[in-house]
Design a protein around this ligand. Structure first.
Ligand SMILES: NC(=O)c1ccc[n+]([C@@H]2O[C@H](COP(=O)([O-])OP(=O)(O)OC[C@H]3O[C@@H](n4cnc5c(N)ncnc54)[C@H](OP(=O)(O)O)[C@@H]3O)[C@@H](O)[C@H]2O)c1
Length: 356
């Protein structure tokens, strides 16, 4: 009798929650972006999900991420294609004892409301960010798994530490400084004992960086002369440049670097909506004469060290050494507005969409 009850209990735990056919909604990209993304570039499609097989779970999205790479990468996909993106999803049915109902997963499931997957198999696919069972975030929202405790957090952590390799007392300059990655890079820079100078797109963002996050100086790149700002904010010039935006501002900063300076090229958001690539001032003389090291990177280079970054950032957060802001958009129907929002600079910190 006890044996029977035990097996009924485990069967319930393994495959509890929804058991009927589940209708998912997903965004399918049907037109390549021209300039800013538009709602008419997508069709929202309903999909009936299959029953769970052994090892699989059904996860319901709670937060979807909007990230600049979504604007940049879709040109590489054959249309029509499911929209890419990370999400935090609650497990609502499970046939995998490692992934219990009620726990949260994060992974690159795309712009969709429900997903059936085998997390173990998903993690064998090369190149994708790991599907992760969320650790206990304490009092912090699970949405942080898309921000400082997820991909952007690891981009800041590994990009700064492994590419820029800053030493205490050195000067780090960051563009896109008030965004998800930039605001985090600056705080780690301060924790490592560096002078940190940021460029962001509004005076309010600059005030937040200086007053809340402890940046030494922050400048509104839309209103200042960049070279004059560098002279003012970087009396010992620039040792490390964390480049989130590309374009002419990056050339100006790179030309203001010290010998053996290091540049982490993280992204080039200033060009993502452009149909013609911008022309910028030549960099080679500075690279040669100052013997600079300029290295691009993709955060999935550190997939095998993924948890190291998450744990380090969680520890700093718990110790009150890292702060964050989130810009929360509401509703699955508003994904495109949210994506356009980050490209227009509406966000301070990480932008996410709360599905319901
Ligand atoms: N290499 C990797 O693995 C990796 C991983 C994650 C992100 N990234 C890259 O890192 C960069 C930042 O990403 P994120 O997730 O932190 O985004 P984000 O900074 O949170 O959001 C984008 C921000 O970019 C700024 N921006 C928009 N147009 C701009 C322009 N023309 N010039 C300068 N700034 C502009 C806006 O802020 P303002 O108000 O300041 O203009 C906006 O808030 C992006 O280039 C992204 O592609 C790379």
């Amino acid at each position: 009798m006890v044996k029977l009850l035990t097996s009924v209990y485990f069967a319930k735990r393994l495959y509890s929650g929804t058991t009927g056919k589940v209708q998912a909604q997903k965004y399918v990209l049907t037109k390549y972006f021209q300039g800013e993304p538009k709602k008419t570039d997508f069709t929202i499609v309903e999909e009936t999900l299959p029953d769970l097989k052994d090892g699989e779970v059904l996860a319901e999205a709670e937060y979807l991420s909007v990230d600049p790479y979504m604007r940049a990468y879709m040109i590489g996909y054959k249309l029509p294609t499911d929209m890419i993106g990370g999400q935090v999803a609650k497990i609502i049915a499970s046939r995998n004892s490692k992934y219990e109902v009620g726990k949260y997963l994060t992974g690159s499931f795309g712009w969709r409301t429900h997903t059936v997957l085998n997390p173990d198999v998903a993690n064998e696919k090369a190149g994708l960010l790991p599907v992760t069972l969320l650790p206990d975030f304490g009092s912090h929202p699970v949405s942080l798994a898309l921000g400082i405790l997820g991909m952007p957090g690891n981009t800041a952590y590994f990009g700064l530490k492994e590419i820029c390799k800053p030493n205490p007392g050195e000067t780090i300059v960051i563009t896109g400084a008030a965004g998800a990655v930039g605001s985090h890079v600056g705080q780690i820079g301060k924790l490592l004992g560096c002078r940190v100078v940021g460029f962001a797109g509004t005076d309010d963002k600059c005030e937040y960086l200086e007053k809340e996050l402890g940046f030494d100086r922050a400048y509104n790149y839309k209103t200042v002369d960049i070279r004059a700002a560098l002279k003012d904010g970087c009396p010992k010039r620039v040792d490390c440049y964390f480049d989130n935006v590309g374009g002419e501002i990056s050339s100006t900063i790179i030309n203001y670097m010290n010998k053996y300076g290091r540049v982490a090229v993280c992204g080039s958001i200033s060009s993502y909506n452009e149909t013609k690539l911008p022309k910028v001032s030549i960099l080679q003389p500075a690279i040669v004469l100052k013997e600079l090291k300029i290295e691009g990177f993709l955060v999935n280079r550190w997939t095998d060290r993924w948890n190291e970054g998450i744990e380090a950032n969680l520890k700093w957060l718990e110790e009150g050494k890292l702060k964050y802001q989130e810009k929360i958009y509401h509703g699955f129907d508003n994904m495109v507005d949210a994506l356009v929002g980050i490209l227009r600079g509406e966000n301070t910190g990480k932008a996410v969409v709360k599905v319901k």
